[in-house]
Design a protein around this ligand. Structure first.
Ligand SMILES: Nc1ncnc2c1ncn2[C@@H]1O[C@H](COP(=O)(O)OP(=O)(O)OP(=O)(O)O)[C@@H](O)[C@H]1O
Ligand SMILES: O=C(O)c1ccc[n+]([C@@H]2O[C@H](COP(=O)([O-])O)[C@@H](O)[C@H]2O)c1
Length: 275
């Protein structure tokens, strides 16, 4: 298969990123390697979409800080970018809607003959040095292929599909059926088993790429926040500029961890109240 015949893929990661960790960045690299190793895909862009404050997760600090940390973490990447559309919405937005929004943007960039790979991350000069992406950009202009948007997530998110009142069944169907998922394994997770046990996931199993992280790595934002509260070092768990950003503002404390402590998570609140 020639480069031009490969399907272009954009990876979209939705989450709290409270704060962004090295594992969040690694997810993108793992997924790109895995998809490109199949010989069928070209991963042209990664998007990080931090959730808005109205998600109301316990300990969630303000989106402006989470966005800034994500920007600092990706400032040297030539393909991963941070998008604030989701976090700017006045209410919490279902992930299916976030995926739909980014897919529509992608299609509209293609239709406008924009350079999909560079138009929204503003790193044109750097990207043009990348031969693969440069070739894929010129190919876009022919309109001959249409890009896929895959939701990039850890196995915990896939497994959360079965939590009652957390996800709407039609949203799950849309995400896996219409767009597709790139799922990174986590310690203690068994995504293949989970897919087999779920009728909707099994039906769309060809759209779910399970990507094994062989160097099991349980860096989690929860662990990072806990270490920060205990004044322990988080260096090498997070990019250095993110560590400095947190330290300079003392962003995480016992007090910040109590944010939303008595509030119900937005999706649970929304779906429980409409049942
Ligand atoms: N160690 C990890 N391995 C695989 N996926 C991960 C890992 N850490 C985070 N992710 C994934 O990154 C995405 C964003 O996750 P999120 O911001 O909730 O990170 P988190 O570290 O799991 O957060 P928290 O500990 O606050 O729940 C999710 O899809 C999540 O599954
Ligand atoms: O769309 C939904 O129904 C839905 C239900 C629960 C969670 N999500 C999204 O999944 C992500 C989970 O992030 P986190 O930090 O709670 O693991 C976050 O982006 C949420 O908006 C989405």
């Amino acid at each position: 298969m020639t480069l031009q015949e490969k399907t272009k893929v954009v990876l979209l990661a939705c989450g709290s990123f409270n704060p962004i960790t090295n594992m969040h960045l690694r997810m993108f690299e793992l997924a790109r390697d895995h998809l490109e190793d199949t010989g069928r895909y070209r991963v042209v862009k990664g998007i990080i979409s931090p959730v808005g404050d109205s998600y109301k997760k316990k300990g969630l600090i303000e989106a402006r800080h989470r966005l800034e940390m994500a920007r600092l973490a990706t400032q040297n990447s030539d393909w991963i970018t941070v998008d604030d559309w989701e976090s700017q919405q006045p209410e919490w937005v279902e992930t299916a809607k976030v995926v739909r929004h980014h897919h529509a943007e992608l299609i509209s960039s293609e239709n406008n003959n924009d350079d999909v790979d560079t138009v929204r991350c503003g790193k044109r000069r750097k990207l043009e040095k990348n031969k693969n992406i440069c070739q894929s950009s010129s190919y876009n202009k022919t309109g001959a292929d249409s890009p896929n948007l895959n939701l990039l997530c850890g196995a915990d998110v896939l497994e959360s599909f079965s939590v009652p009142n957390l996800w709407k069944p039609e949203d799950i169907e849309e995400i896996v059926g219409r767009y597709g998922v790139a799922c990174i394994t986590r310690c203690g997770s068994d995504p293949e088993k989970f897919i087999n046990q779920s009728d909707v996931l099994y039906k769309h199993r060809k759209n779910i790429h399970v990507i094994r992280e062989w160097v099991t790595n349980e860096i989690s934002a929860t662990h990072v926040r806990r270490a920060l509260r205990r004044r322990q070092s988080v260096r090498y768990l997070l990019p250095d500029p993110v560590v400095s950003y947190i330290d300079e503002r003392s962003l995480y404390s016992a007090e910040s961890e109590q944010k939303n402590a008595d509030v119900i998570l937005a999706p649970l609140q929304r779906y429980t109240s409409t049942n």
